[in-house]
Design a binder for this molecule. Structure first.
Ligand SMILES: [Zn+2]
Length: 171
């Protein structure tokens, strides 16, 4: 795990072997303990401005997270599937009838290059691009897993939106 204080990669013990900081119980969650509120606290510690948690009928719980230096995110936990969906939402150019084919060609080719996220569009209006990532809630999820995952989300999103192909989609 990564020590929350000195950021060294250390074994998951009671104290950090590098700086001695107590590694609290909350640094790890079992699958049963995992909750969207815990994830939200981690984002808040990372200086995201987080919304209240909204519950939907299909047992999904979601919240939004805004950050000054990182991409804004929508986090959506599907308890029955044990997956946390993380979405970066972008405004897309709504294509006219003629360049619709070009738009989907760009979207398909964007997806063909990426294995760890999926790019999709709002099917009705085509004016939003969703870049979506999935965190699978395994037997134990540590705080550093979530922190690393969010770093990955941010850096991959940065790569995706700067691809020349993304320009055909983004407004
Ligand atoms: Zn440390």
């Amino acid at each position: 795990m990564i020590c929350p204080n000195c950021r060294a990669e250390v074994a998951a013990n009671k104290f950090c072997s590098n700086c001695g900081t107590a590694l609290t119980k909350e640094d790890k969650m079992s699958r049963a303990e995992f909750s969207v509120a815990w994830v939200r606290d981690i984002l808040r510690d990372l200086e995201y401005d987080v919304s209240e948690i909204k519950k939907a009928e299909n047992d999904a719980e979601s919240f939004t997270a805004r950050h000054k230096a990182r991409f804004n995110l929508i986090l959506d936990y599907r308890g029955s599937l044990r997956v946390l969906l993380v979405t970066s939402l972008w405004t897309a150019k709504a294509p006219g009838v003629l360049d619709r084919a070009e738009f989907f060609k760009a979207l398909n080719s964007l997806n063909s290059d990426i294995v760890c996220c999926q790019c999709s569009v709002d099917e009705k209006s085509l004016d939003s691009l969703y870049i979506q990532y999935t965190l699978f809630v395994t037997d134990i999820v540590s705080r550093s897993d979530v922190v690393s995952f969010l770093e990955l989300v941010d850096s991959i999103t940065n790569r995706v939106v700067h691809q020349p192909r993304a320009k055909a989609i983004l407004g």
